[in-house]
Design a protein around this ligand. Structure first.
Ligand code: NG6
Ligand code: CA
Length: 524
């Protein structure tokens, strides 16, 4: 009897794994992608944060899989988001750098995107939070319909912070319209020269509730001066302290609205935290020892908790894959005097890695990534597979029983690789190659990291960031030197040569996604 019980128990444990191998596409999960802003590798507890607690995010790791070598596609926001949604390395495409607040839509209608692929598999798709990929087709009138935008490239619903918290316009956009706009008080937005003689962060610096340190000295909204000029739209202007609550409420509602439906959903929840200006709600002030930067980490953890609680109360926990990650590495002083430097204490947001946001060094793109999918991903596991968010389109499209309904044109998502076994922790074999993108390009392969020669500044004194630009190039063995301390360019010329050749081949290629069986056309 005992033997029978043992065999039976073993079967229970092993069967789902075997089934996973045989039919990797049993169910069609909901997908909640929590995309944080400027969270560094070690900005959450389960990656080593000190001075702030992140119990909900840590619980995700206890219930799921924690990656230690996962990357945002770039070391800043716009290119990372562009690449994650289109599956194309941003450096292949001009105009994908940090977008202005009045930038036109960077991803044009008709493009195959992460949400447009998921829609083919029957998903309802929504994006709530920071967008920063441009809106409209140039010369946008913020008082009229705002398009093209997310709804024209595959999302069914959007509630947006159009660019960043530190850029005008400081209003929310829901689907095609600015929220709470009074037509008698139209909005004007301008970058470059001032709009009128309104007070600015420069002229009325003493009135600000958070002072700027670099740039960010133009239009004042909610006592904080921003990048760019904006007039009108008083009733529509956001209150920074309420931002996390507003977007969480919208995300929670989106999830609840899906409950009666048969179809799965995809929610791209894109936090403003912990980007500047860091202005937590009063209930999070003092939750960390690190001032606003740490307090907004605590605020983000609360948002994560709210989403998980909603899934649970809707009975959706079991069939939802939740992913927590970040759009680029960490920065302390990013233009406001918010005590991030002064109150850093023992907390090291880059963890064991060198560099920060903006940097070619590892911490520019190596970010936290945690995935939970009950029944499909083993709880409390860890993987050092080389992963990148650019693979989300091909990977999410390959998940679940409806994957065969998705048609991926030859030219679509050109650098996105289907990484289902690695994403689910069935293998620790990740990408063979990854191009990291700071200012210069860097190639990862096996233990090697090669940063191509770059003439840019090696250090930015304003942000206190080592950018990792070197005219001679840089080569590191990450297996023995994860902190990128010993440059091997001179001692290992043969490695430099192969890495440079491979990087060049990837740069010249139009795509790195292998052709799918039966694919015609330009597949290489
Ligand atoms: C920089 C801003 C920085 C931040 C960044 C974009 C200055 C001096 N610095 O230009 O504050 O807004 O752009 O960050 O203006 S990102 O995470 O959205 O890429
Ligand atoms: Ca960012």
């Amino acid at each position: 009897m005992r033997t029978f019980c043992l065999i039976f128990t073993l079967l229970l444990i092993v069967a789902p794994l075997v089934a996973q191998e045989a039919t990797p596409a049993a169910s069609q999960p909901n997908i909640v992608l929590i995309y944080t802003d400027d969270f560094g590798y070690a900005d959450v507890g389960c990656y080593g944060a000190v001075g702030v607690e992140t119990p909900h995010i840590d619980q995700l790791a206890k219930d799921g899989l924690r990656f230690t070598d996962a990357h945002s596609p770039s070391a800043t926001c716009t290119p990372s988001r562009y690449a994650m949604l289109t599956g194309q390395y941003a450096w292949r495409r001009k105009g994908t750098g940090i977008a202005r607040g009045d930038a036109a839509a960077i991803i044009k209608p008709g493009r195959t995107t992460l949400p447009s692929l998921l829609r083919q598999a029957g998903y309802t798709t929504g994006v709530v939070g920071k967008w920063h990929l441009g809106l409209g087709d140039g010369q946008l009138d913020w008082n009229g319909p705002i398009k093209p935008g997310p709804l024209e490239i595959g999302f069914d619903y959007c509630f947006l912070i159009p660019a960043t918290g530190d850029r005008v316009p400081c209003v929310y956009v829901e689907n095609h319209h600015v929220v709470d706009l009074d037509p008698n008080d139209p909005i004007k937005v301008q970058f470059g020269k001032p709009l009128d003689d309104q007070p600015s962060g420069k002229t009325h610096r003493e009135t600000l509730k958070m002072d700027w340190s670099n740039g960010h000295n133009m239009t004042i909204v909610n006592g904080i001066s921003r990048i760019g000029w904006m007039s009108g739209g008083e009733s529509a202007r956001w209150v920074d302290e309420d931002m996390a609550d507003r977007i969480t409420e919208k995300a929670v509602q989106f999830i609840k609205d899906q409950q009666p439906k048969e179809e799965p959903f995809f929610l791209f929840f894109s936090t403003h935290d912990i980007h500047v200006p860091r202005v937590p709600h009063a209930r999070f002030v003092g939750k960390s020892t690190m001032g606003p930067r740490g307090d907004t980490i605590a605020e983000t953890d609360w948002c994560v908790g709210q989403l998980l609680e909603t899934l649970e109360s809707c009975g959706m926990t079991d069939n939802t894959m939740v992913i927590f990650t970040s759009d680029n590495g960490p920065v302390l002083d990013d233009g406001y005097q918010d005590d991030a430097v002064e109150k850093q204490g023992d907390h090291n947001p880059s963890g064991p890695f060198r560099g920060n946001k903006y940097s070619n060094f590892e911490a520019g793109t190596r970010v936290p990534m945690i995935i939970k999918w009950p029944g499909r991903i083993q709880p409390g596991t860890e993987s050092d597979a080389l992963m990148c968010q650019i693979d989300f389109p091909a990977t999410f499209a390959a998940l679940g029983k409806n994957a065969s309904q998705i048609d991926i044109p030859a030219e679509a998502i050109p650098d996105s690789l289907a990484m289902v076994p690695a994403l689910l922790g069935q293998t620790k074999q990740g990408r063979e190659y990854l191009v990291e993108h700071g200012r210069a390009l860097a190639l990862r392969h096996n233990q090697w990291k090669y940063i191509e020669p770059s003439k840019g500044a090696s250090y930015n004194p304003k942000t206190n960031i080592e950018l990792g630009n070197d005219p001679g190039g840089l080569l590191y063995n990450l297996a023995t030197d994860p902190g990128e301390k010993t440059n091997l360019v001179k001692s290992r010329p043969e490695v430099v040569k192969t890495m440079q050749a491979k990087l060049e081949a990837i740069r010249q290629a139009e795509r790195t996604r292998p052709a799918s069986p039966g694919e015609k056309g330009e597949s290489k």
